[in-house]
Ligand binder design. Sequence first.
Ligand code: GDP
Length: 299
Amino acid sequence: LVRLRAKLARSQSSLGKGLLALLSRDKLDEEAWEDIETTLITADVGVTPTQELVERLRTRVRVEGVSGEQARAILREELITLVDPTLDRSLKVDRKDGKPAVVMVVGVNGTGKTTTVGKLARVLVAEDKHVVLGAADTFRAAAADQLQTWGERVGVRTVRGPEGGDPASIAFDAVKQGIDESADVVLVDTAGRLHTKIGLMDELGKVKRVIEKTAEVDEVLLVIDATTGQNGLTQARVFAEVINVTGLVLTKLDGTAKGGIVIAVQRELGVPVKLVGLGEGADDLAPFEAEQFVDALLD
Ligand code: GDP
C-alpha cells in the first residue's frame, strides 16, 4: 500500500504542487483564484465541483483570515469533503444464502476490465477466498485467453465458452461452476462494445438476468480509464444508464496527473469509486480511500 501510494503521489504531484504554490502566493487576488480554478479544471475535477470548491476555499480563507500552511489544511479538508469519505466503498464479496457473491465487471473495451478482473481475483485469493472467473467477453477474440492466463497465474478456474459464444450462457455456466465448487466469489468479465446503447443494454441486461436465474448479482463494477478524461465520463454515463452500477474502478491512474477525474465521475454517476488501478502488474490494484487519495494528491 505504501508503494502504491508513492506511485500515485508521483503521478499526481503536479496538481498538488501547482495548487499549493498558488495558495502560498503572498496575495490571493482574483488572478490567483482564477489560476487555482484553471488548475483544478485541467486536472479533470469538473467545472461544477471546481467552482464549489473554490467558492468554499475563498470564503474560508476570507473569514478565517488564513494563509500558507493553514490554507493547505483547508484545501485538504475541502478536497476530502468533495471526494466524500462517508461513501460505502466496501466490496460485496461474501457468500450469501449458501451461494457465491457474483461480481460483474463492465466498461468500454480497452479500459482495463480483464486486467482488473485478474488483479481483483488475486486480491480475493490472498484473502483466502475461493474464486471462479467467467470469460463472458466473447467480443474481443483474445479476452478469454487473457483472462485464463490471469486465472492460471492466480490459481483459479476460468469458465469460458466457444469463440463468439453467448456471453449470457457463459456467465450462467461460471455462476453454476461457482455454486458447484462452493466458491466465495464469481467474477464475470463482460464485453464493452459501445455500438449502440440499445445493443449494450440488451447484452448486459441479458447477462445479468441469466445470472439472476441462479444467484444474485452483488456488484456491478464499472471500469473507467482515468486517462480518457471527459470522454471516459461520457462513456461511463451510457453504462450507468443501461445497468445499475454499484461501484467504479478507475484504472491507469498511474498514467495521468488528472486525478481530479475521481471527483468528477463520482459526482456525475452518484456511485463511489471503490478501486483504483495503478499499473499493469498483478499488485497494482488498491482499495480507494478518500483521505489517502487527497494526501497523495497534495504530497
Ligand atoms: P479490457 O479490454 O477492458 O478488458 O482491457 P484490458 O484489461 O485488456 O487492458 C487494456 C490495457 O490497459 C492493457 O494493456 C492493460 O495492461 C492496461 N491496463 C489495465 N489497467 C491498467 C492500469 O491500472 N494502469 C496501466 N498503466 N495500464 C493498465
